[in-house]
Design a protein around this ligand. Structure first.
Ligand code: PMP
Length: 360
């Protein structure tokens, strides 16, 4: 029996996709082998890789002057790859700090960029908000501006795309890519670990504007050099073939759902339902400013934290799994990625109301 899995990542995947993969696992397309067992350089796998890229480009309407890379190392390795590719050791680079994942990107960035500056920091709001668009003062000579579009732990999402002028905008979209349409042309580079809305862990998608290629500083490892990876079709070495194949199945599933505009409608409805239930109760609390509440990750606490354990146990018994908040903050968190159906959120909201009635 499938449960509703609210994990933040690795996260729930569409059942259809899992069944498709299972159906062809031991004999993939009549080859007598699984997709796990074939060379990444085989004609059959190259076709899978190319098709996944084409589907992703279609879904996001990626302009022709952007390259799509399928890499390894997670979003965390991109925290280092970005400064290595886009900035010199003595350059300036600007960052916005909206919470836990921004902080990790900043800490890693500092290892590589002497002139790193945090140009906006939401500490005063306890990371429950994003800076005002008009308050962002990007340095004109910065190599790039980095921000975290959706803070997976804090549940804070930018409702706007920052204006960085001529400075390339670099965005960590790990927990929100493909949740709705995106104007890729606003960005110099976007990146996302796959394990939320794309597919299994082990794959990282990077979409980078061509004029930003070929600038990697001396000493950059080849696998981290975007130009080198682009030249080799992301196959400078063995790529995560199974994750890439699975991502292709997820992209096809997204097309069948009607694409990203359709996903946005469902995702907004799911989020609205849950936030409404939280706000209408006197029992559950979400601290995030309404204008920047995440559609993907909804953290909430109980007014009486001593009930956390029985809430989680009761939810589990009702088939609602992995609602524990991140280990650094506690409380609860419901992640509502693309593969979480509206029915899952309806079941959660019904459980929350019932739990409040019996414990409130
Ligand atoms: N950025 C964000 C916004 C994330 O949510 C995560 C993972 N939860 C990361 C970066 C790090 O990703 P990875 O574990 O793939 O390195």
């Amino acid at each position: 029996m499938r449960v509703f899995n609210f994990a933040a990542g690795p996260a729930t995947l569409p059942l259809e996709v899992l069944e498709e993969a299972r159906a062809e696992l031991s004999d993939w397309r009549g080859s007598g082998m699984s997709v796990l067992e074939v060379s990444h350089r085989s004609k059959a796998f190259l076709a899978v890789a190319a098709e996944a890229e084409r589907r992703l480009r279609d879904l996001l309407s990626v302009p022709d002057n952007y390259r799509v890379l399928f890499l390894q190392g997670g979003a965390t390795l991109q925290f280092a790859a970005i400064p290595l590719n886009l900035a010199g050791a003595d350059s300036r680079a600007d960052y916005i700090n909206t919470g836990a994942w921004s902080k990790k990107a900043i800490a890693e960035g500092r290892r590589f960029v002497g002139g790193l500056a945090v140009i906006a920091d939401e500490a005063a709001s306890r990371y429950t908000s994003v800076p005002e668009a008009a308050a962002l003062a990007v340095r004109a000579d910065a190599a790039y501006l980095h921000y975290t579009v959706n803070e997976t732990i804090g549940g804070v999402e930018f409702p706007y795309v920052p204006d960085s002028g001529a400075v390339p905008l670099v965005a960590d979209l790990s927990s929100t890519l493909l949740s709705r349409p995106l104007e890729v042309a606003r960005f110099g580079l976007i990146y996302a670990g796959a394990q939320k809305n794309i597919g299994p862990a082990g794959l990282t998608v990077v979409i980078v504007r061509e004029d930003l290629l070929g600038r990697a500083r001396a000493g950059t490892p080849a696998v981290l050099d975007y130009a080198a990876q682009a030249a080799e079709g992301s196959m400078l070495n063995t790529p995560p073939t199974f994750a890439w194949y699975m991502a292709g199945l997820v992209f096809a599933w997204l097309e069948r759902q009607g694409g990203l505009a359709a996903m946005a409608r469902v995702n907004e409805a799911k989020a609205r339902l849950l936030y409404r239930a939280i706000d209408a109760s006197g029992f559950y609390v979400n601290p995030v400013a309404r204008s920047c509440r995440s559609w993907m990750n909804v953290p909430f606490t109980l007014r009486e934290p001593e009930l956390d354990g029985s809430f989680l146990a009761g939810a589990r018994a009702a088939g609602l799994h992995n609602l524990e908040g991140h280990r650094s903050v506690g409380g609860m968190r419901a992640s509502l990625y693309n593969a979480m159906p509206l029915a899952g959120v309806e079941a959660l909201v019904a459980f929350m109301a019932e739990f409040e009635r019996s414990h409130g």
